[in-house]
Design a protein around this ligand. Structure first.
Ligand code: GLP
Length: 234
């Protein structure tokens, strides 16, 4: 795993953007995108760039169950707000959190990833080491699936919702196996609350109780961390 240490999220965004630019120049057509605060620096760089994404496909990692694309807390809304309105892609896929048959929706999404193999996947990491919404204990070989969110993730997400009972308890997430098929992965982490998860992901044993540790098995992962998130790296 290549590690890039940066001063702050803005610098991390620039660093990730440079890699994205290089990959697009060498033919990358499909981007795997993430939500959360972590990729915001990168999305800012993308919005403010002269790059054109109208020939590209994006595939997002996950979506909450029960929220429509118009709900300001949905990941579809987040992506429009932070990237797609300013920089539309040819096609942008997210799981449909309102699907009547969630299992069928997960399968549809997995098929779609097979049709559009991801050249470059952007990842954040949860405080408990989750990637996408693959919570600790998720089997490494799992494709896109319906997830019951853990209490720690529900709590971390509650800051965006007015009432605790409004925080979704389920999501549809690309699986660990789906994520691992990406050609290149950029994992970004900022802030001291990510330090333990980052250290365990990079230098701990590879184990399902720390989902991000699976990335040690991927041949092409670039980790971008600020000082706080990288503080426990050897
Ligand atoms: C959510 C998302 C993840 C993200 C994580 C961290 O759980 N599903 O994709 O990596 O939050 O969020 P943040 O970047 O805000 O720290």
């Amino acid at each position: 795993m290549k590690v890039i240490k940066v001063k702050n999220t803005a610098e991390g965004g620039k660093s990730a953007f440079r890699i994205l630019q290089e990959e697009m120049a060498s033919g990358a057509k499909t981007l795997g995108l993430a939500t959360g605060s972590t990729p915001l620096g990168l999305y800012k760089e993308m919005r403010e760039s002269a790059l054109d994404f109208s020939d590209m496909v994006s595939v997002n990692l996950d979506e909450y169950v029960g929220l429509s694309a118009d709900d300001p807390n949905s990941y579809a809304y987040f992506m429009k707000q932070h990237l797609f309105t300013a920089k539309p892609f040819k096609t942008s896929f997210l799981p449909n959190g309102l699907a009547a048959d969630l299992q069928a929706e997960a399968q549809r999404y997995e098929d779609l990833i097979a049709e559009h193999p991801i050249d470059l996947q952007i990842l954040g990491i949860g405080r408990n080491g989750h990637i996408g919404f693959n919570e600790p204990g998720t089997p490494f070989d799992i494709p896109t699936h319906v997830v019951d969110l853990t209490e720690s993730t529900i709590q971390a997400n509650s800051r965006f919702f007015e009432k605790a009972e409004d925080v979704p308890k389920q999501a549809i997430s690309m699986g660990i196996a789906s994520i691992m098929k990406s050609k290149i992965i950029i994992l970004m982490a900022y802030g001291k609350e990510k330090a333990d998860a980052v250290a365990a992901a990079v230098q701990g044993p590879i184990r399902e109780s720390l989902p991000a540790s699976v990335l040690q098995r991927h041949p092409n992962v670039i980790l971008i961390v600020d000082e706080e998130a990288g503080a426990k790296l050897l």
